[in-house]
Each structure stands twice: as structure tokens, then as C-alpha cells.
Design a protein around this ligand. Structure first.
Ligand code: HSE
Length: 432
């Protein structure tokens, strides 16, 4: 099987090096001789010994090369990459890609084109780098009805939160460090505003629940507004704050949401620090499972790219639709599961507010909550910060409808005794 690699940056060079270093064992596992027929790159990457490989600077030369069976798209972006992948499919070539934004935004179109040409599009490296979470959902957990999944799927955000929490680093310093280490996206707002995590989550939700990719319906909140004091109060209450992507099937539809989240500090995923990624999946048969590993970097991501190349070699005779369940199952009730709006989501909340220390404030807060059927789980009061005259109240609620919680927060913010906005962070127990 001849492959053509488009792009020789971080992931491209990792892929080239893993393929050339482990050729014999990869061929044995694939049951085929996998050969690099051509590589397209803007410039030679000194990390790779490409002397023996036909090189071009024209990525479209690869998709039009009659000797290439599988196009490995590692250029990133969603414009040229989309044209490249669609042209490869038109030319009857299988595609392996690490491009999460491309799949999240244009996956439905790409999979439909692939179905018509009976070619495979494989995208393991698009989510959580080296963690084989796509294969886990498609194969290893194939027997299960997936109840929910929750993941730390942006290494840069996790790196920043860990540095802020453990070293008291400033947000901007931690981000610069993540950029210098090569973890961040070309546009780091994709990392810190949750967009990269949303790209990945929409792919996982599609596989877990058999629904088409619907990026525009993902509720997305990043870490840019997180305050260090909330990381500390969460600790005090027995929680840690992680930036999670959560997808859960409910009676109303599927929740697909990305936001900072309080999770119990004794849950395994709360221990996932630095640039590492982890995804918890709860299946009805298997129960809770946890997958952990490097979510970015040259060879961890190459590990997933090469696994897909092997997978394509092995599966060449099977139906391409099996890769994307919503195409494989035309059953209307399965395809029709809606993604529910964030207002309809039920979740617990951490709230922090500044209040005048005078009689009756707590009772007003309690009535606002009870009027909306929201039960308070815990409350702590902290002395005013130096130079301030307001105390800080930190509250945990039990599970409530988002819409009711938003109304309660609006009522709290309207109280004379409350100064400024109420900080809100969702809480997930991740235990059932
Ligand atoms: N920018 C991404 C991250 C890289 O920080 O996780 C891997 O997708």
C-alpha cells in the first residue's frame, strides 16, 4: 500500500520518522507493505531523512499521483485541507487525517463524498493525540450504549490551569510556555477559548451517539475568565477545576458542552495535569473507563496517524461507512437524536459572589434558590480581601436546570447587598 504524506511539520515529521523506524513491525501488523510513495512539504524538515523519498512542494501532486493509495493529510487548516481531502476522495484515494477542525466543520461533507467513492477517511489523530479514543469508541466499546463521556482534550488549557494552580503562574506566562513547547494551536485562542476542545468533542459525540457532526450546537466556554481564587476555593470544597468536554445522552437529547468544571478531587481524571489528556467513557455494559496519554506532540500524534494507516490497510475490504456510525445506521430514531440547548442541561453549580456582611443576606439568597427549586449543597463565607468591605460567599448547589440557575443568578445579582457579577462554574460528579 503506497501512501503520500502532505505536510512535514510537527505531526508530518513524526509520522515519517515512526513509519521509517518501525517499518518491519508496522508491515507485519498491517499485513501489507506500507511504502511512502511521495511527500509534499514547503521545505525539507531537518528532523527527517527524506533523501530516498520522492519529494514535492505541491500537495496536490500527491492527491493526483496514480501510485498513491492513501493520502495522509497533515497540513492543518480547513480551506486548502478541505479541497485536498475532497480531491483525494474524488480520485478514489483513502484519507488519513489528524485535522480535528476539518472533521468537525466539514466531516459530514467529507464522509458523504467518501461513501460515494467507497473510500475510507480515518481520523484517530484528530482527538486527544496519542490516545486511541476513536478506535475505543468504534471498536473496543462497540458493544455498549455510551451513557456519557468527559475529557480533558486540550493540553494547552490543562497545562495553563495546572501551572496557575500549582505554581501560581500568571495566565499569560503559562500560555507562552505552552506555545514555546509546541502544544498550542497556531492561533492560541482556539486552545484557551475552548474551540479546539469543541472540535474534538463534536467528533467524539458523533461517534458515541451516532449523530452527524454539529459544531455550531456545541456550548463552548474557555478558561480565559477563570480566577485563581476559584481554583483555591474549589480545592477547599474537595474539588479541582478542569477544562472538560462533556457529551451525555439524556431523555431530551444529547448534551455536548465544553467549559471549566469542578470535579471531585478524588476522581482519577482530577489527577491529570500538565499537557496530558484523558477521556472518561461510561458505557452501559463496561461501566466507567478512563483513557490517558499525550494529547499533542510529534510522535504521540504520529502514533495515532500510523495506527490509522495500518487500520486502512487491514480494512480495505470492509465497508467505509463503518467508520461513521450515523452513515451506517439509517434508523431514523438513532439519527434524529437532537443536541440539546445549554438552557435545558441539568448540572450542579459553584457560585462565588461579593456580599455586604449584614443580617438577612443569606436568607435572601436561600429564598431565591428555593423559589426556583434549587437546593444548596454547601456554602462558605470568607473575610473581605484587604481594602474591600464585602465578604465573599462561595456556594455549591445540587443539580438544577441551567435555565433556573441563570434566573436565580440574575435575581442574586439584582440584590443591593451583592456587588458585581456572580462567578459561575459548573460541577460534575462523574460518578454515574
Ligand atoms: N493545541 C492542542 C492542545 C494540540 O493543546 O491540545 C493537540 O490537538
Amino acid at each position: 500500500m503506497n501512501i503520500g504524506i502532505c505536510g512535514l511539520g510537527t505531526v508530518g515529521s513524526g509520522t515519517f520518522n515512526v513509519l521509517t523506524r518501525n517499518t518491519a513491525l508496522i508491515d507485519a501488523r498491517a499485513g501489507a507493505n506500507i511504502r511512502i510513495a511521495q511527500v509534499a512539504a514547503r521545505r525539507i524538515n531537518p528532523a527527517c531523512d527524506t533523501a530516498e523519498v520522492p519529494m514535492t512542494t505541491d500537495i496536490f501532486a500527491v492527491v493526483n499521483n496514480p501510485d498513491v493509495d492513501v493520502v495522509v493529510e497533515l497540513i492543518g487548516g480547513t480551506t486548502v485541507a478541505r479541497d485536498l481531502v475532497l480531491e483525494a476522495i474524488r480520485n478514489g484515494k483513502h484519507v488519513v487525517t489528524a485535522n480535528k477542525a476539518l472533521i468537525a466543520l466539514h466531516g459530514n461533507e467529507i464522509f458523504e463524498a467518501a461513501r460515494q467513492k467507497s473510500v475510507m477517511v480515518a481520523f484517530e489523530a484528530a482527538v486527544a493525540g496519542g490516545i486511541p479514543i476513536i478506535k475505543t469508541l468504534r471498536e473496543g466499546l462497540g458493544a455498549n450504549r455510551i451513557e456519557w463521556l468527559a475529557g480533558i482534550i486540550n493540553g494547552t488549557s490543562n497545562f495553563i490551569l495546572t501551572a496557575m494552580e500549582e505554581q501560581g503562574s500568571a495566565f499569560a506566562d503559562a500560555l507562552s510556555e505552552a506555545q514555546a513547547l509546541g502544544y498550542a494551536e497556531a492561533d492560541p485562542t482556539f486552545d484557551i477559548e475552548g474551540i479546539d476542545a469543541a472540535h474534538k468533542l463534536v467528533i467524539l459525540a458523533s461517534l458515541a451517539f451516532g449523530i452527524p457532526l454539529q459544531f455550531d450546537k456545541v456550548y463552548t466556554q474557555g478558561i480565559t475568565n477563570l480566577d485563581l481564587q476559584d481554583l483555591a476555593y474549589a480545592r477547599e470544597l474537595g474539588y479541582r477545576i478542569k477544562h472538560l468536554g462533556i457529551a451525555r445522552e439524556t431523555e431530551k437529547g444529547v448534551e455536548v458542552r465544553v467549559h471549566p468544571t469542578l470535579i471531585p478531587d478524588n476522581s482519577l481524571i482530577a489527577e491529570v495535569d500538565g499537557v496530558m489528556n484523558a477521556v472518561m467513557v461510561k458505557g452501559d455494559a463496561v461501566g466507567p473507563t478512563l483513557f490517558y496519554g499525550a494529547g499533542a506532540g510529534a510522535e504521540p500524534t504520529a502514533s495515532a496517524v500510523v495506527a490509522d494507516i495500518i487500520d486502512v490497510a487491514r480494512a480495505l475490504n470492509s465497508a467505509p461507512e463503518t467508520r461513521v456510525p450515523y452513515l451506517a445506521f439509517s434508523n431514523a430514531s438513532f439519527n434524529g437524536t437532537p443536541i440539546i440547548a445549554i438552557e435545558e442541561v441539568e448540572t450542579a453549580y459553584y457560585l462565588r459572589m461579593s456580599a455586604l456582611d449584614r443580617p438577612g443576606v443569606l436568607s435572601k439568597l436561600a429564598s431565591i434558590m428555593s423559589d426556583r427549586g434549587i437546593s444548596i449543597e454547601a456554602i462558605i463565607q470568607k473575610r473581605p480581601l484587604p481594602g474591600e468591605d464585602h465578604v465573599r460567599l462561595i456556594m455549591l448547589t445540587n443539580t438544577a436546570l441551567e435555565r433556573d440557575l441563570v434566573a436565580a443568578v440574575e435575581a442574586i445579582e439584582a440584590l443591593d447587598a451583592i456587588a458585581g457579577p456572580v462567578v459561575r462554574i459548573r460541577v460534575e460528579a462523574l460518578d454515574k
